[in-house]
Design a protein around this ligand. Structure first.
Ligand code: ATP
Ligand code: MG
Length: 139
């Protein structure tokens, strides 16, 4: 059993697709082990995306991620890191496969509706960034 961090970004919340995104996870057999809605401060967004600090889009990305509420979730399942990335689609929605979340709902390369951890190490860091042990359901 594997865990990953999923975020419905401010554009996804604004577009009223929280339920649609969660429906896709549940329909795929993915379990939600934790969930909350929060609004990040700029330093919190910068800390989360620290690996992208040197990228040209870092400032814009962290502004966007603080622009409204987000939904953060821990997803649980077999091979869930890869399974979630497949459901999300490519970073740039123009390259995303038909039927993926980003293909269906993204606005541009930055406002791409969802985040998903890309490896076990990043999943562990990202889960710990948002959730403590008491907030994670064991089932
Ligand atoms: P995420 O980490 O959000 O799951 P990802 O792993 O597909 O997405 P990354 O390369 O890690 O993509 O980039 C992180 C986020 O930064 C992207 O999801 C997107 O919101 C934004 N981003 C990536 N590339 C660009 C770009 N060229 N211009 C603007 N924003 C970008
Ligand atoms: Mg990434």
């Amino acid at each position: 059993m594997e865990r990953t961090l999923s975020i419905i970004k401010p554009d996804g919340v604004a577009k009223n697709v929280i339920g649609e995104v969660i429906r896709r996870f549940e329909t795929s057999g993915i379990k939600i082990a934790a969930m909350k809605m929060i609004q990040l401060t700029k330093p919190q967004a910068q800390g989360f995306y620290a690996v992208h600090k040197q990228r040209p889009f870092f400032d814009s990305l962290t502004d966007f991620m603080t622009s409204g509420p987000i939904v953060v979730m821990i997803l649980e399942g077999e091979d869930v890191i890869a399974q979630n990335r497949k459901l999300m689609g490519a970073t740039n929605f123009k390259d995303a496969e038909e039927g993926t979340i980003r293909k269906d709902y993204a606005t541009d390369i930055e406002k791409n509706v969802v985040h998903g951890s890309d490896a076990p190490e990043t999943a562990a860091f990202e889960i710990g960034y948002f959730f403590n042990d008491l907030e994670i359901q064991q089932r």
